[in-house]
Design a protein around this ligand. Structure first.
Ligand code: ATP
Length: 232
């Protein structure tokens, strides 16, 4: 469970998060959506302590994360832009991460296999296409079987088959009770995966609602139409 309470963040004169409250329960697959610049990545980075909020509290599995770092090992994070040393090969990046997390014996290599990354372990990160980098990022996010997945535009640059593989993986993890927060501007991709929506606008959470509540409130079945009605 992740709870944020009264989160505020300002960059210079710009207020980027305004009194943000969200609750992410085990088994929830939450779409974090909203226009460009609405604060989605800043919220995600605050949960990961890559950004330090000016005010407010973040509770992860019952504990305030302030000053903590161990909780991070329970989160599989896939950033918007995966950056790795350009000279390292895919194999070196994967084995470096496995070495850092050598205490974690139970690994999930399903995506590594499905994306057939082992066949291209010799390729250097600097030579990879955007989609291939995304696949490396996805494999790393799932590799150490975390309790929570935070996926920032995970399908950006992925081809349709690779997108489908990732979607099925997210659905499978959700069925195991894992918590997922996923940002995407492609709402049609989210329909079959998500159980809840958090909609942000200008640093504020306009609403957090379950798909059932959204369906009832809008009488729509497609997420894009639900959102269009909710923000009209
Ligand atoms: N490190 C930073 N320094 C200054 N401004 C920042 C920083 N990070 C984010 N911002 C600003 O904060 C605002 C919110 O950015 P954020 O990346 O959280 O938005 P977003 O909702 O994730 O957008 P997108 O959909 O385009 O990814 C933007 O105006 C952005 O320029």
């Amino acid at each position: 469970m992740i709870i944020t309470e009264h989160l505020h963040k300002r960059f210079g004169s710009q207020q980027v998060l305004r009194d943000v409250h969200i609750t992410c329960r085990p088994g929830a697959c939450i779409a974090l959506i909203g226009p460009n610049g609405s604060g989605k990545t800043t919220l995600i980075k605050s949960i990961l302590q890559m950004v330090i909020p000016d005010r407010g509290k973040i509770i992860f599995q019952g504990d305030d994360i302030t000053g903590q770092c161990e909780y991070r090992a329970k989160i599989g994070f896939m950033p918007q832009m995966t950056r790795y040393p350009e000279n390292m090969t895919i194999g070196e990046v994967i084995s470096m991460m496995m070495d850092i997390r050598k205490d974690q014996k139970n690994r999930d290599e399903e995506l590594l296999e499905q994306y057939q990354l082992k066949d291209i372990y010799h390729k250097r990160m600097g030579t990879l296409s955007g989609g291939m980098r995304q696949k490396v990022g996805a494999c790393l996010a799932f590799l150490f079987q975390p309790d929570v997945f935070i996926l920032d535009e995970p399908t950006a640059g992925l081809d349709p088959l690779s997108t489908e593989i990732l979607k099925q993986k997210i659905i499978k993890e959700k069925s195991k009770g894992k918590t997922t927060i996923i940002t995407s501007h492609v709402l049609s991709e989210l329909d079959e995966m998500i159980s809840e929506v958090i909609y942000m606008h200008e640093g504020q959470v306009l609403f957090q609602k379950s798909m059932e509540d959204l369906k009832l409130a809008t009488q729509e079945v497609k997420l894009s139409k639900m959102i269009a009605k909710m923000i009209a």
